[in-house]
Design a protein around this ligand. Structure first.
Ligand SMILES: [Zn+2]
Length: 295
C-alpha cells in the first residue's frame, strides 16, 4: 500500500488537512550489534516524523515508530541505536522518493518551488534543497543535451527592476521538438548566447538543423558564428506579434494624418509629371509602407 518495502502501515488519520500514516518495520526481526555482532535487545520505540509523497490531494506525514536497540555485550563500545531505513536518510525531513519527486516536478513539470513545497507541507528552502540535491548532477551531466536537432532561443525577464538595477533578463535555450528547457544564460545579448554555443562541441553543433529565435535581439549574430549551416526560423509568437503591431500602427493613424500623407503623395506625383520643366519645391515625401515598429 505504501510502496516502501521497509514499512507496514498500522493506522492513518487526517490531522490539520494532512494525512498522517503510522508506520513500523515488521515485528520479529533479529537484530545484531553492528560492532560486535551480539544479538541486540529491543528497548522500545521512538517516534519520528518524515514527509512522503502527497496522497489524495494532501501532504503525507509518515509517523514512524522507530525501534531502539541495545547491545548488552560488556566489552562492546556500542550501547544503543535506532533502526534505519534506506528510504529515509538520518535526520531527513523528507523520504528519498519525495525529494526526487520534488526535483522532478520543478525540473520537468516546471512547477514553482513554492507550489511544490506547499503540496508537501514543507518550507521553500526544504523543497529547494531537494531540487539542488537531485538536480545539480543532472544539470552537470553533458549527456542531457544529447539528441537535440532543433534549438530555440528567447529572452525572459528574470528580475524586476529595483532601485539598484534595471530589469534583468536571461536567454532561454530550448529543444523545440520536445519543449525541454536546455539551459538559461544571463543576459539577452548575442554574446550571452554565443558563449553558450562556444562551449558545445562541433558534433553537437553540426546536428542542429533548425534554430528558432526571437527576431528582436541579436541572437542571429550568435547563431551565424556557430550554426551558419542551420535554417533560421522566426518563432510563431514573435511573427504574429510583429504583424499585429504593424496593423496597430496603421490603425492609429488619424484621418488628418492620412489626408496629409495622401496630399503629399499626390503633390509629389504631380511634381514628377512636370519634373522636366518645374523645379522640385522641397524634399519628396511618401507614405512609409512599413511602420517603424515592424522594422
Ligand atoms: Zn555490540
Amino acid at each position: 500500500m505504501l510502496g516502501l518495502d521497509d514499512f507496514g502501515v498500522v493506522a492513518s488519520e487526517v490531522v490539520d488537512d494532512e494525512l498522517h500514516v503510522l508506520v513500523e518495520t515488521p515485528d520479529g526481526q533479529v537484530m545484531g550489534c553492528h560492532d560486535c555482532g551480539v544479538r541486540a535487545e529491543s528497548k522500545g520505540r521512538r517516534t519520528v516524523r518524515v514527509r512522503d509523497l502527497p496522497a489524495c490531494g494532501r501532504p503525507v506525514v509518515l509517523v514512524w515508530r522507530k525501534r531502539l536497540w541495545r547491545c548488552n555485550e560488556p566489552l562492546c563500545p556500542v550501547r544503543t541505536w535506532t533502526e534505519s531505513s534506506r528510504h529515509v536518510a538520518a535526520r531527513a525531513m523528507l523520504t528519498g522518493r519525495a525529494r526526487e519527486e520534488i526535483c522532478r516536478r520543478v525540473g520537468e513539470d516546471a512547477d514553482a518551488v513554492a507550489e511544490v513545497a506547499r503540496d508537501y507541507g514543507v518550507g521553500w528552502h526544504t523543497a529547494m534543497a531537494a531540487v539542488r540535491e537531485h538536480g545539480e548532477g543532472r544539470v552537470d551531466d553533458p549527456a542531457r543535451l544529447d539528441g537535440v536537432i532543433a534549438l530555440g532561443m528567447d529572452e525572459t525577464s528574470w528580475l524586476r527592476a529595483t532601485r539598484t538595477h534595471h530589469t534583468l533578463y536571461v536567454s532561454g535555450l530550448v529543444d523545440t521538438l520536445t519543449g525541454r528547457l536546455l539551459d538559461v544564460v544571463p543576459d539577452r545579448t548575442a554574446q550571452a548566447v554565443a558563449s553558450w554555443l562556444a562551449r558545445r562541441d562541433r558534433r553537437w553543433l553540426a546536428r542542429i538543423g533548425v534554430v528558432t529565435l526571437d527576431p528582436h535581439r541579436g541572437y542571429a549574430h550568435a547563431v551565424g558564428a556557430h550554426l551558419s549551416h542551420a535554417t533560421l526560423v522566426v518563432d510563431h509568437f514573435h511573427a504574429v506579434a510583429l504583424g499585429n503591431r504593424a496593423v496597430d500602427d496603421v490603425r492609429r493613424l488619424d484621418g488628418a494624418t492620412i489626408a496629409d500623407e495622401a496630399m503629399a503623395l499626390t503633390r509629389s506625383s504631380n511634381l514628377d509629371t512636370h519634373a522636366a520643366s518645374t523645379p522640385r519645391a522641397g524634399p519628396r515625401r511618401s507614405i512609409d509602407p512599413v511602420p517603424s515598429a515592424a522594422r
